[in-house]
Write a protein that binds this ligand. Sequence first.
Ligand SMILES: Cc1ncc(COP(=O)(O)O)c(C=O)c1O
Length: 465
Amino acid sequence: MLVGMPLHQQSDIAEKTAALRALAGEMRAPRFPEQPADGRATFQLVRQELALDGNANQNLATFCSTFETEEEKALMELSINKNLIDKDEYPQAAEIESRCVHMLADLWHAPDAGNACGTSAIGSSEACMLAGMAMLRRWRNRRKAEGKPTDTPNLVCGPVQVVWHKFCRYWDVEIREVGMAPGRYGMDAETMLAQVDENTIGVVPTLGVTYTGIYEDVASMATALDDLQQRTGLDVDIHVDGASGGFTAPFCAPDLVWDFRIPRVKSISASGHKFGLAPLGVGWVLFRDRAELPDELVFHVTYLGGDMPTFQINFSRPAGQIITQYYGFLRLGREGYAAVHGNSYDTARWLADQIPGLGPLELIYDGDPAGGIPAVTWTMSENPGVTWTLFELADKLRSRGWQVPAYPLTGALEHQIVQRALIRMDISLAEIEILVRDMAEAIDFLNKHPVAVPMTQEEAGNFHH
Ligand SMILES: Cc1ncc(COP(=O)(O)O)c(C=O)c1O
């Protein structure tokens, strides 16, 4: 069996080819391989397979990091075998995580940053789950203390990312999601208040709505909830899902008040691996102070040595992302983040300026730093006078390697299709100029070759993010 024979011992090219072929067959077989194989040949085949994935640099669908510096790669390699949960064995990794929590507490204006309470997570999804669990517990504990029932909790939010649907389903909480409506692409104070009642465990505005990139107005919702409390005594917490905006607003819209400056904001989550610029696999959740994290959610483990409080869903977890996040905080500082993201906003605004001139397209979000994250979102004009849709445009752009997803909005706008381009730090203006040229060519092609049957939403499902 050639698969088991080291390739460097096989002088004959035909044999090498046969070995590679056998190995390739083994890779595709739906069974666990019997024999070991040559390391170099295996690596070569796996690497070739990876080359079939899309080019991350042309992926304008993802919010997540697609660029690492040499120093970041070196730190990831140095940390490859560090398990973050082994805080006794890797006390410096644990210390670094704690420093990051304090830095973020300062960035998000926690009342006492030195005494901040929070943790890293594997991404925003875990961070949102943890914040949701704390919200649910706080509400339940309050209700129990008042002798009131706790069997019908609900959560009020705008058009949220799927993690909040998951949270509500996993924890038996009713989700009251304010749908979009003509001219309103998120939840506002009025639509939020209409959903809130005594069973509301909390309100979750998003800083950088996934569908559009737009910030929901946290401050006006907090004011409306203050007013509600004055009128009715109902005291409803806010958790801000700052998956993307938590790492853009503090640097590029510092006067926007959305964070712990608002007393009603009890917790904030964000993705380190999005605009936090860390490699994939890190999110953060912070509580405004220790009182907002119910004690019963924190576990104390002793079997790794010492007393280790943990508030996480996973146990073992790579430390590299957190260490590299820490490097990024030190390396860039506020000014560095403002410069990097400022550049992305400039590129986004340039793209936004071009969109209406390309065809029957209208902007929904133009990359304004005070209004959302570095992204541009557009839709078709009402009577476009063309046969193609944004699905066909997205499909055509794919043939040039670009991933610019087209997808439907939600609520009353579920039939409105939009297209969105995220501008991350590694997406340059020069690249976006080429995108615009490719868009113009694609639109020209689609205009000249009318589409007989426009693609259905199902067929275009691949373009959703
Ligand atoms: C608003 C929002 N919340 C949560 C998430 C989930 O984040 P993650 O991919 O880090 O788990 C996303 C992801 O895009 C998001 O946009």
